[in-house]
Design a protein around this ligand. Structure first.
Ligand code: ZN
Ligand code: ZN
Ligand code: FE
Length: 727
């Protein structure tokens, strides 16, 4: 077989840097005795290769690419013959636009795991073992290109053994930036009231002893304790001032996960994936203090060698919750975490700095669809390809709760990880820092800033200080556009945006909206009839205020003589003053929010009168839903207004919570279905209310073609993408 060797130039785009792509090509070339070069460039990698069968070579690249890589595009052309004498990896200096994707933080790989538990390996038990195929990336990057000097590994000078691995193209650790070992890498510290050496045995002893520990992970600190020890869990609840909000649980392995929860194959796949998010599951055997009154549980598997070592030794589940001060972002520095020293007994710290904070991701599976509740570690930063080109560089600052920001250029949008609620000064600082990080890493200069209409959002206030062009985007329109954009939908849709509250065009607080939308604008074709939020923001924490308002709308002052769970939740004089507030419209903005309607119904049925975390009443209501009940309540739609007063009257008469809650869910689905049939357009669902598993399940049952968020969360974390896409 004598076919002429020819020289080809290949350009590969996608996530091909920092993921072992060049050594992979190097090994491939060596294996097949091919000569040429490979180098990184600002778009990806560039290969020159002498081959007599380029198609086979490209096939091999596509089928055998390294686990963390993602090939978006391969282009090649024949060029004048170059007489290469071997195959070489060429180092290049980066310049120009950065179009490569930053690799996310990935859980420990099988090879590293094997070495971690191999007594003769030089990294046996090393809590920071890593290689090209796993470990920290995004969280340690200061700048691109992704080189050790641009990460927080810069301060660790590699020992000889590590350096040899780093420089050997045939080694799994070739150019793996975060590598280290006992001699040269990051080290554990154990700080507490007694001085203990920072060994896994000692850490495990403390956990077994019922102590609360703060542990530094990938993108921040966790607070942890033994999940089988009720006393420890209650201690954590009390110290964290978190009475009922569910805690996530980290388990040793998938077997332990199966012991604690019902897990279907798709959920198992996500649990064991390299991203290792928290997956919301149906609980089996769980201490009742972990998620009081809820049959769901958030589980995840160890994703760092440190977590793996601890859980392997402990062989029990642990509570693992993000460490942050109320209204502040996740703690990422020793200074941050020390502010929480009243909560933990011991601190398991280390000297590798976290550059970019990143919370745990949270997902759930509903009818085979993976829904992100929080998109962060393992998945971010994400890059979304748009169905069209943007004419400008756009910065979107997102909403005020569950904030994420985004930058858009060409036909691409990069979304930051979950930043959190912008309620405190520290959070706003973190938000600004996140924008600066994106700008620096992607060498991005915004020409236009997009922000929410709400005048009091911290994100909007910040946007208005920038001296570039601006666009204001209505909150719910942004919710719908985000889902359209990520699903590459270019036609008109019927968008259903159900959430807490967002600022409407008329200055009222919207949140139960039907918007016929495209990228040019929207038409609000239906919404829930306005009701008053008595006491403004107080009504968000107190479902009883919403219910009372709904009752005043129907019965007026007769409510003062009614006896039901809502009126009984107030003292008689409080009732009277609430009536005056309602009648005069004092500090009680009008709202059409679906989230608040859930709250109102929860109060009428005495499910919850005052809540301690967002979405609480909806989660409790899920528990009562009975799939055998098919009836629903009457409702009216007149002149674009959806009137649910008939339903409220019926709910008041119903004693059985299972019946009334089931009928309530069915009614909401009926309302969506009625409007959907009227317009016969693709249905797009967005907004935090669609995190309600029962509601989403029921709608997807009835309208299987409904389009849901796939990469962005349905909650306000998805708003920034939509803001970029608006007109
Ligand atoms: Zn590895
Ligand atoms: Zn070393
Ligand atoms: Fe929202």
């Amino acid at each position: 077989m004598s076919i002429l060797m020819q020289t080809y130039k290949l350009t590969i785009k996608g996530r091909v840097q920092g993921v072992g792509f060049r050594p992979f090509i190097y090994r491939l070339a060596k294996e097949f005795n091919l000569y040429g070069t490979i180098s990184n460039n600002s778009n990806g990698v560039e290969i020159y290769i002498n081959s007599n069968n380029i198609d086979d070579f490209i096939d091999l690249i596509q089928t055998k690419a390294p686990p963390l890589s993602q090939i978006d595009d391969i282009k090649y052309n024949k060029i004048d013959y170059i007489d290469f004498q071997d195959f070489q990896i060429i180092q290049t200096l980066e310049s120009g636009d950065i179009k490569v994707n930053i690799p996310p933080d990935i859980s420990i790989c099988q090879d590293c795991q094997k070495e971690l538990f191999d007594p003769i390996n030089r990294r046996y038990g090393y809590p920071f073992i890593t290689c090209t195929n796993c470990g920290v990336r995004y969280s340690i990057i200061y700048d691109l290109p992704y080189d050790r000097d641009n990460t927080s590994m810069k301060k660790f000078k590699m020992c000889k053994a590590c350096k040899n691995e780093y420089n050997n193209p045939l080694d799994r650790r070739y150019h793996a930036q975060p590598i280290g070992c006992f001699d040269c890498g990051a080290k554990l510290k154990l700080i507490g009231r007694t001085i203990l050496t920072p060994t896994i045995k000692n850490i495990v002893k403390l956990i077994k002893n019922g102590d609360i520990l703060a542990i530094k992970g990938v993108g921040g600190y966790h607070l942890i304790c033994d999940a089988t020890n009720s006393k420890a869990i209650l201690k954590l609840r009390e110290r964290k001032n978190r009475p009922t909000k569910p805690f996530a649980i980290m388990v040793s392995d998938i077997d332990m996960a199966h012991h604690l929860a019902y897990i279907n194959p798709q959920e198992e796949k996500i649990l064991t994936s390299k991203e290792r998010p928290i997956v919301l599951l149906k609980a089996k055997n769980i201490d009742s203090n972990i998620a009081p009154n809820i049959s769901k549980i958030g589980l995840f598997l160890p994703y760092t060698p440190l977590h793996l070592l601890i859980l392997n030794e402990l062989n029990r589940p642990i509570v693992a919750t993000s460490a942050n001060i109320t209204d502040e972002p996740i703690a990422t520095t020793t200074t941050d975490i020390k502010k929480l020293s009243n909560i933990y007994d011991y601190l398991v710290d280390n000297n590798r700095d976290i550059v970019n904070g990143c919370d745990d991701s949270v997902v759930m599976v509903v009818q085979d669809r993976t829904i992100f509740i929080r998109r962060a570690r393992g998945y971010t930063p994400i890059s979304i390809k748009l169905p069209f080109q943007l004419s400008q560089n756009i910065l979107a600052v997102g909403a005020n709760q569950k904030n994420s920001v985004a930058i858009g250029f060409d036909n691409q949008v990069i979304i930051s990880p979950y930043i959190g609620d912008l309620d405190g000064i520290a959070s706003v600082e973190y938000f600004k820092q996140s924008i600066e990080n994106l700008k620096r890493i992607y060498k991005f200069q915004p020409q236009l800033v997009a922000y929410d209409k709400h005048p009091n959002y911290e994100s909007s206030k910040y946007a208005k200080t920038l001296s570039i062009d601006k666009k204001e985007v209505q909150h719910h329109y942004a919710h719908i556009l985000g889902v359209m954009g990520e699903n590459s939908i270019t036609q008109k849709v019927l968008g259903v945006a159900f959430d807490g509250t967002g600022y409407g065009d008329d200055g009222n607080l919207w949140g139960g909206e039907f918007l016929i939308s495209d990228y040019k604008g929207y038409n609000r074709v239906a919404h829930f009839k306005y009701f008053r939020l008595l006491g403004g923001t107080k009504a968000i924490k107190e479902p009883r205020r919403v219910a009372l308002s709904l009752l005043f709308d129907i019965f007026g002052d007769e409510v003062l003589g009614l006896q039901n769970p809502t009126t009984l939740a107030f003292k008689p004089n409080e009732l009277k003053s609430q009536y005056i507030i309602w009648k005069n419209g004092l500090n009680s903005p009008l709202s059409s929010s679906m989230g608040r309607i859930f709250d109102g119904v929860a109060s009428l049925l005495d499910i919850s009168q005052v809540v301690s975390f967002e979405g609480e009443s909806g989660i409790y209501m899920e528990e009562y839903y009975d799939y055998n009940i098919k009836d629903s309540y009457p409702f009216k739609i007149e002149d674009r207004e959806i009137d649910i007063s008939l339903m409220i009257i019926e709910i008041l008469k119903e004693q059985d919570k299972t019946i009334s809650i089931s009928k309530f869910f069915n009614t909401i689905v009926e309302i969506i279905y009625t409007i959907y049939q009227k317009y016969n357009l693709p249905l797009v669902l967005s907004g935090g209310v669609f995190q309600n598993r029962v509601l989403l399940e029921l709608i997807l049952d009835k309208i299987p073609t409904a389009i849901t968020p796939t990469q962005i969360p349905p909650n306000d974390g998805g708003v920034a993408l939509g803001q970029i896409l608006a007109y």
